[in-house]
Design a protein around this ligand. Structure first.
Ligand SMILES: *[C@@H]1O[C@H](CO)[C@@H](O)[C@H](O)[C@H]1NC(C)=O
Ligand SMILES: *[C@@H]1O[C@H](CO)[C@@H](O)[C@H](O)[C@H]1NC(C)=O
Ligand SMILES: *[C@@H]1O[C@H](CO)[C@@H](O)[C@H](O)[C@H]1NC(C)=O
Ligand SMILES: *[C@@H]1O[C@H](CO)[C@@H](O)[C@H](O)[C@H]1NC(C)=O
Ligand SMILES: *[C@@H]1O[C@H](CO)[C@@H](O)[C@H](O)[C@H]1NC(C)=O
Ligand SMILES: *[C@@H]1O[C@H](CO)[C@@H](O)[C@H](O)[C@H]1NC(C)=O
Length: 421
């Protein structure tokens, strides 16, 4: 008898739960049904306030979960314009029902301005992340501001010995494919603004990325272990590389970019601490560099393995960048490096139609190691003048081999003249 009562009580309890759950869903459905239709998930309807003060993370997470779980064929999370949303570190995870989700950002997103107010404290990997997605478009006229200025002042004297500080990447797309990201403005990230990691077919265009020229490690877009990535029609003004192309990247197309201030477009650094790292099939076309420290650069550490190959830089204009063309197989930002017998191999690199001015006298620097010379480097139609009209430009060559054709100024005598290409 007692057990029957118990079972009855349980049934009633379950029914009540089901009832409240379904009325909650109904309520949610009503809320989101704000004139757009059933596929729109406006963060405001999920509790986000947008006053720039209250933590809106939950509203975003709930809107995402609803969109991701929705049976609509093209669900869209909407972040309305005219509001500022404060977000703690947040990851939007995939395996969603739809493979055509839109994340429409027209408002402003901000991170907590005090590093101590970040919920991950001194060990934050990223601020906003998208993971495990297939078929996502992140778009809109909104701004994503990492409020990094207080992070920039924190640093460890030596990153290798017991330093517990990890600065967060602003915006991460990882383990995903078929992602488009366009129209947005990114500002003041604590570290790099955008990172694409372990992803395939990621297409970025019409972005603006902006941070002070002296902000440390604020790369514009970093690519790592990713295939088929395009970055088009984008302006990047930061304190580090405009784009950096790291290990495991291939089929990368970077086009119509305005870069500077910053450190230029870099492949690498590759081969740190003896690692085997690879980059191949990179095409950089129609890029202007404004007062950057480097223009197009390939940098590798001594002692590494692997390769950087099949790389083409074309239609590059330098406006007083310090060194427009650099290959550096002795990369060492901290002065404690030793020369070693192995190095990441650099080969099949094309420079074509590279014009403008250089801030330093040495406009072209090809520094390759004796054990692993750079092979098949070709230059065609290069004209780099000194920013100061009265000074000439020079090249520096060490263990670099290949061909040159057409006018190549400054002369790069380590490349053999050949007019057959
Ligand atoms: C994907 O979603 C967008 C925006 O909702 C829509 O314009 C487009 O037609 C959809 N594409 C497909 C293949 O469903
Ligand atoms: C690269 O991405 C584009 C667009 O998403 C796609 O059409 C193309 O097939 C992809 N190429 C490769 C090699 O994956
Ligand atoms: C980038 O701009 C060029 C020139 O205006 C245009 O032809 C091209 O379609 C644009 N690319 C993208 C991906 O929007
Ligand atoms: C080259 O890039 C610039 C932006 O830096 C763009 O305005 C121009 O249209 C591009 N040229 C071509 C031919 O796409
Ligand atoms: C490594 O070798 C290069 C080229 O010979 C030289 O310029 C550089 O000073 C060497 N570095 C060290 C730390 O010995
Ligand atoms: C040299 O590099 C070019 C451009 O990447 C490539 O087409 C060519 O096959 C390479 N030549 C050799 C001998 O590897």
């Amino acid at each position: 008898m007692a057990s029957l009562k118990k079972i009855l009580a349980l049934v009633v309890l379950i029914e009540c739960t089901i009832l409240t759950e379904s009325s909650r869903l109904l309520e949610k459905k009503k809320k989101k049904n704000d004139g757009y239709g059933d596929n729109i998930f406006n963060v405001v309807n999920f509790g986000a306030i947008g006053d720039g003060l209250k933590d809106d993370s939950k509203g975003f997470k709930d809107a995402w979960d609803a969109a991701c779980g929705s049976s609509a064929s093209s669900p869209a999370v909407v972040v309305p314009q005219g509001k500022t949303f404060l977000l703690q570190p947040l990851t939007f995870n995939g395996r969603c029902n739809s493979n055509n989700i839109t994340f429409q950002i027209d408002g402003k997103l901000i991170a907590p301005s005090e590093p101590s107010a970040w919920e991950c404290k001194r060990n934050c990997h990223h601020w906003i992340g998208f993971k495990n997605l297939d078929g996502l478009s992140i778009q809109g006229s909104g701004t994503i501001n990492g409020q990094g200025s207080k992070w920039w002042k924190l640093y460890c004297k030596d990153y290798n010995t017991g330093c517990q500080l990890r600065k967060p990447t602003g915006f991460l797309i990882a383990n995903s494919k078929n992602v488009e990201i366009s129209g947005l403005t990114f500002e003041d990230s604590p570290k790099m603004h955008i990172a694409f990691e372990s992803s395939t077919s990621i297409h970025a265009s019409h972005l603006r990325i902006k941070a002070p020229g002296n902000s440390p490690n604020t790369d514009g877009i970093h690519i790592q272990r990713s295939t088929n990535v395009t970055i088009h029609n984008t302006t990047i003004q930061t304190g580090d590389d405009c784009t950096s192309i790291g290990d495991g990247s291939k089929y990368i197309d970077i086009r119509n970019i305005e870069c500077g201030p910053g450190h230029g477009i870099s492949i690498g650094s590759l081969g740190i601490m003896g690692k085997t790292e690879t980059v191949e099939f990179v095409h950089v076309k129609n890029v202007s560099f404004y007062g950057t420290t480097n223009g197009v650069r390939i940098k590798t550490w001594q002692g590494g393995h692997g390769y950087a190959r099949n790389i083409k830089f074309e239609r590059i204009t330098s406006y007083a960048s310090t060194r427009p063309i650099v290959i550096d197989q002795f990369y060492c930002p901290h002065k404690h490096c030793k020369n070693q017998t192995s190095a990441v191999e650099i080969s099949n690199v094309v420079y074509e139609e590279i014009h403008g001015t250089s801030h330093k006298e040495i406009a072209v620097q090809l520094s390759c190691s004796e054990s692993t010379p750079c092979k098949n480097i070709t230059m065609k139609n290069i004209n780099l003048r000194n920013e100061d009209q009265n000074d000439k430009t020079l090249s520096h060559c060490l263990n670099a081999h290949g061909l040159r054709n057409g006018r190549v100024h400054p002369n790069v005598p380590c490349l053999r003249f050949d007019d057959n290409f």
